[in-house]
Design a protein around this ligand. Sequence first.
Ligand code: G3P
Length: 222
Amino acid sequence: MRTPAIIINMKTYAEACGAEGQKLAILSEGISKSSGASIALAPQQIDLGLYADRFDIPIFSQHVYNAKQGSTTGRTTPEAINSIGCAGTLINHSEYRLPAEDVEALVSRCRDLGLTTIVCTKDAEESRQYAKFGPDFIAVEPPELIGGDISVTTANPEVVADSVRLVKDAAPEVKVLCGAGVKNGQDVRKAIELGADGVLLASGVVKADDQQAVLLDLVSGL
Ligand code: G3P
């Protein structure tokens, strides 16, 4: 995935279900193409195949399980998302935390499949720890700021700058995203000034009254 990037996690918001969610995907694809901005989507799990098939922007899973293929009813495996054309997956999102050994195993399993991995972390120390597993991206998101009105880049710029520094020390090839409360182009600009390679956001765009205006504003910060 090209950087700097804007990655939209659609979570399980009502506004991201079914046809409503597809409207956001159409807008994201259109703005990515017209502006040249790197925009990726993590739709609801049930929509992964549809989006990967229909939209010409990178599609990420919100989660994968470190479960073997076979007698593991109800899990979504890395191999399954790879088989339907997903670009990659979030791992260890704050709303779906995993034991460290599963994070490490999933990064390695996804790497073998050629899937892009975005490992979410809660703070700079965890960013350093998980960078050593060699994901493509670390996405630092302080849990207390997720879904809030104040962007991490304003409320806690240190956690972004510290994550960038510690990740570069531990594994220089790993890129860093930041998220939590990101809402507009100014937040994106600040993230990049702090050394990040882009943002991971959800409510700021998914729940916006005018998603197109928000997307255009976000892209203006790249
Ligand atoms: O994965 C993105 C996320 O947790 C941040 O959510 O709503 O604060 O942009 P939000």
